[in-house]
Design a protein around this ligand. Structure first.
Ligand SMILES: Nc1ncnc2c1ncn2[C@@H]1O[C@H](COP(=O)(O)OP(=O)(O)O)[C@@H](O)[C@H]1O
Ligand SMILES: [Mg+2]
Length: 314
């Protein structure tokens, strides 16, 4: 549904987006991750046709955003970074207005407004003026505006920014639910968001893609993924360390030896889940050693994020 090919954007000498390609299918929620200034908003503004690219192309549902902007834009719901709202309108009049802009009228319009209000849990405030709403409700009003025409594609720029934890949860669940039938790309710098609602994530840094995969695949790329934390007793630490070093799946052993045991980490040759831990466990059984702790690190998304982006290198 979304095809981005070799997209670049230069602001004078500054390269904000650098030869970026990606695609999002129907039924897919793509998390677009990156530190501040990575180029997320600029990319999304180009995808939605609000900013012309310096080079490259975007097509949405088969329509090129440059050559055929009307049919492309009709398929898109967009929640921009700083969402436009008419503060003196009520929620319901604002959504009616948004529906009219999308060419709806009469019963169709009423149905669309009611549906958006229901989907975004706005029933309680539908007759309230927007400037009297709390931030969470304002935000959901913007989201309701973005989905008013039941678009096949949703582009959401930091949809949970500034919300409290409960509100974040509501919006994440909404995204997840809508992702079953739409193609969604949403940006965030919050890693737990990716775990909570994405089928896939792309990490960008300085305008370039530095990683692309399922949250699980990305997690496994963290340096510590697959390492096994151990505490083993029963003989001298040095002897235990020597045994651990000889294991076929171990690439290295680090830690503290005492007269009665060893505490440290065993690094894997390859992060294959459970294999190294199993080998350690078998070793201890056969030598009559006592396992106090045996814990495989599954990898942490934020480790990987720090390792891959300039934020971590700074
Ligand atoms: N209109 C603009 N003019 C000049 N520089 C811009 C403009 N918009 C964005 N930038 C720069 O492009 C880079 C990417 O910005 P942005 O896409 O907003 O990042 P993100 O949304 O990931 O935080 C930043 O360095 C930003 O300062
Ligand atoms: Mg941004």
């Amino acid at each position: 549904m979304i095809e981005v090919n070799n997209l670049s954007k230069h602001f004078g000498p500054k390269v904000a987006v650098d030869d970026l390609s990606l695609s999002v299918k129907k039924g897919e929620v793509l998390g677009f991750l990156g530190p501040n200034g990575a180029g997320k908003s600029t990319t999304m503004r180009m995808i939605t046709g609000y900013l012309p690219p310096s080079s490259g192309s975007v097509s949405v549902g088969g329509a090129d955003i440059q050559d055929d902007p009307n049919s492309a834009k009709a398929k898109i719901g967009y929640l921009p970074e700083s969402a436009p709202l008419y503060l003196d309108m009520t929620v319901s009049s604002f959504l009616n207005f948004a529906a009219e802009l999308r060419g709806m009228a009469g019963g169709v319009k009423k149905e669309a407004v009611d549906k958006a209000i229901e989907t975004c849990f706005l029933q309680k405030v539908r007759h309230q003026a927007i400037d009297t709403l709390s931030k969470g409700y304002r935000h959901r009003t913007c989201l309701a505006q973005a989905i008013i025409h039941d678009p096949e594609v949703l582009v959401l720029d930091e949809p949970t920014d500034g919300l409290d934890p409960n509100q974040k949860d509501v919006v994440r669940n909404l995204i997840k639910e809508m992702g079953k039938t739409k193609a969604i790309i949403f940006s965030t710098h919050i890693l737990e968001e990716v775990e909570a609602c994405c089928s896939r994530a792309i990490i960008i840094d300085q305008g370039r893609i530095v990683a692309d995969g399922t949250p699980d695949e990305l997690r496994r790329r963290a340096t510590r993924a697959g390492q096994v934390q151990v505490q083993i007793h029963g003989t001298s630490g040095d002897a235990i360390k020597a045994e651990l070093s000889r294991l076929s799946h171990a690439s290295g052993v680090d830690g503290e030896s005492t007269a009665s045991g060893f505490t440290g980490v065993v690094k894997p040759r390859k992060a294959a889940r459970g294999v190294l831990a199993g080998e350690i466990s078998t070793l201890c059984q056969s030598k009559g050693l006592q396992i106090i702790e045996l814990h495989e690190d599954l990898g942490r998304l934020d480790d990987m994020f720090r390792e891959l982006t300039s934020q971590g290198k700074a």
